[in-house]
Ligand binder design. Structure first.
Ligand code: EPZ
Length: 427
């Protein structure tokens, strides 16, 4: 097992280039199942979740070639299977996109309930609601709970109106995937508006789909007979960008974050300015200059364009060293503060009550901590960059799911951070 060793106290300065968006890539790659031709997808992040979803597609019969480290060629012409490999599906949340894509492509899907970070129950009832509305027969909830497998089949999907009871990124994308080749028009209301949802719609339209309204509250999909091949480049990762922006504020540093879309970062930029950092926006980059002190702020996570839940742990780590008390409310996930116990091992003074964390700023001391999940792991790195002494972070496989070469990018900014083999005896 590997671990990260961070020695805090260094001001991070310099430039960092952001990779392609994980949550766009893990949806666009399965979306290629709908394409009757060859897709070239550029700016794909080199992260574990991409490797897993590519491996699943290959087991379904897709041919995937890496034209270079960040460009993949996907040919799904010979896909005729509909049972996704259980063990791989369980490794990541985004595997649920296989349901919508396989239903749309081969009219059947047999996919295990997804894995992914543990934030309490992560139901997919809204995904299934959309599939049923389009005319699919779906295994009922009790069966899902027992077998952990979702079966879905249809003689042919027919466009309809779907009102999502919950604003859900996954359900919005999954119903859009299933509706792309359905007969007739589908209108999905109360949809999520994250940038990666717009990116998936733009990818599908580049392949000949007819999808309008992504990024607004209503998405209209006019079903088409088939999708042709083409080339598409994935947007930059707003959460990776936000993580490095927070690191600049956390270390009193000065970082130019390159290959970003500033509009996607608005809520993060605004919150960082409230903490006292200076944020300068350019066409495709953002410069963040920390002052060495951090003002306390209050945050409530919301669906886009609100403050992103995926930036919550990184900000709580920043606020753990603020000059005062901050309150952070997690309104998207029922339980997304598991990492706080690890922060408290570093001396943080945080009280969690249900979905609200009260953070009294104090100094942090390095010690041994673990990554409890993907963004919680990123929060541990932020805390280690600020802490006195050495912080060792284990279970970093979570971090590798969503960040490409995180320690190398931080080292290039002046951080004292290294990946080492964890010689602990695995008990
Ligand atoms: C996506 O998860 C992201 N993952 C998450 O990012 C992110 O935290 C989340 O969206 C919110 O932005 C991927 O894109 C792979 P949701 P998803 O469906 O789609 C409830 C990261 O760090 N809900 O928008 O699973 C759900 O319980 C990861 O990159 C239902 O009730 O999230 C939650 O409370 C972590 N029924 C809320 O909606 C459903 O059918 C939002 O979930 C679906 C969701």
């Amino acid at each position: 097992m590997e671990k990260l060793v961070v020695r805090g106290g260094k001001r991070l300065c310099g430039e960092v280039t952001i990779s392609g968006a994980k949550n766009a890539a893990v949806a666009i790659i399965p979306a290629a199942l709908l394409v009757d031709g060859i897709c070239i997808v550029e700016n794909v992040p080199a992260i574990k979740d991409v490797a897993v979803i590519c491996s699943i597609l290959e087991e379904l019969g897709a041919k995937i070639d890496f034209l270079d480290k960040y460009t993949i060629k996907i040919d799904c012409s010979n896909v005729n299977k509909y049972t996704a490999p259980y063990e791989k599906v369980r490794k990541m949340r985004a595997s649920y996109y296989l349901l919508g894509a396989l239903l749309g492509r081969v009219k059947k899907a047999d996919v295990a309930l997804p894995g992914g970070c543990n934030f309490g129950s992560r139901p997919i009832d809204q995904h299934l609601k959309g599939f049923k509305a389009l005319g699919a027969k779906v295994s009922d909830d009790p069966e899902i709970e027992k077998s952990g497998i979702v079966y879905a089949a249809t003689d042919g999907l027919v466009g309809t109106n779907v009102y999502l009871d919950v604003v859900s990124v996954g359900a919005t994308i999954n119903v859009m995937l299933a509706a792309t080749l359905a007969r007739g028009t589908t209108i999905i209301e109360n949809v999520a508006k994250e940038p990666h949802i717009v990116d998936v719609a733009n990818f599908l339209n580049a392949m000949g789909a007819n999808i309008k309204g992504a990024g607004t509250d209503v998405i209209r999909i006019h079903g088409v007979d088939k999708l042709h091949g083409g080339t598409y480049s994935i947007i930059p990762d707003q959460i990776e960008a936000g993580t490095f922006m927070v690191a600049a504020a956390a270390t009193g540093g000065d970082i130019l974050v390159k290959n970003v879309i500033p509009k996607h970062m608005e809520s993060v930029s605004a919150k960082l300015e409230e903490t006292g950092a200076t944020v300068k926006e350019f066409d495709d980059s953002i410069r963040v200059i920390g002052t060495g002190t951090i003002k306390p702020v209050n945050i409530k996570t919301l669906p886009y364009p609100g403050f992103p839940t995926d930036m919550q742990p990184q900000f709580v780590s920043l606020l753990a060293a603020a000059d005062g008390t901050s309150i952070v409310t997690e309104s998207v996930w029922e339980s997304r503060f598991q990492y706080v116990d690890e922060l408290m091992r570093m001396g943080a003074d945080i009280t969690v009550c249900n979905r609200t964390a009260t953070i009294k700023g104090t100094g942090l001391c390095g010690t041994q901590v673990r990554a409890t999940d993907l963004r919680g792991g990123a929060g541990m790195v932020i805390a280690g960059l600020m802490a006195d002494g050495e912080t060792t972070i284990t279970d970093i496989q979570y971090i590798d799911r969503g960040y490409e070469n995180m320690e190398e990018k931080f080292r290039n900014l002046g951080a004292d951070i290294n990946r080492v083999n964890d010689t602990r005896i695995d008990n």
